[in-house]
Design a protein around this ligand. Structure first.
Ligand SMILES: [Zn+2]
Length: 171
């Protein structure tokens, strides 16, 4: 296994729509293992392929931060098939280091995706799980959490990113 390099906003790969995965082979399994390792190392709860500069519809997540094996999920070709309710809470993203701002999302979301063997599964989640699957599925569509913020919060985030870029703390 090896660590992958996480790219920061505004890398163009973060803003483009990912290609569906067609081959469920060993190469995919290795890549997904590397994504998990990279996510845990970065202390994130989710990581999508575009964040490691691969324009594919793949994400990994673990809302338990490695504490609970059953929360370890790899989603290939994800789609959100049902949403309801609303929640607002602080959100972060490994491609926006140091930025935590409120984002309003659905309270419940049902994800449909393939696992690393190509089998379809569904995940019905609320609260943090819903927030995470919505955030990561967005990455596969070239949407970043800035796009989901209010205009005011988005401007705050952009100002902070500019400051960090000036001081060389943002690549
Ligand atoms: Zn993210």
């Amino acid at each position: 296994m090896s660590l992958l390099k996480i790219v920061n906003y505004p890398a163009s790969v973060l803003l483009s729509v990912g290609k569906p995965v067609e081959r469920f082979d060993d190469k995919l399994k290795t890549f997904v293992s590397d994504m998990f390792e990279t996510m845990y190392e970065a202390k994130g709860v989710g990581l999508a392929a575009p964040q490691v500069a691969v324009a594919s519809r793949i994400f990994v997540m673990d809302c338990s931060g490695g504490e609970d094996e059953t929360q370890k999920i790899a989603a290939i070709n994800p789609e959100i098939i049902h949403t309801e309710g609303e929640q607002t809470g602080d959100e972060g993203c490994l491609s926006f280091p140091g930025i935590y701002l409120p984002v309003t999302r659905n309270l419940r979301a049902i994800l449909r995706a393939r696992d690393i063997d190509g089998n379809w599964f569904e995940l019905d989640g609320e609260e943090l799980t819903a927030r995470c699957v919505l955030h990561e599925t967005d990455h596969c569509d070239g949407i970043v959490f800035l796009d989901r913020m209010t205009v005011l919060k988005r401007e705050m985030a952009k100002r902070k990113i500019k400051q960090l870029q000036k001081t060389g703390k943002w690549e």
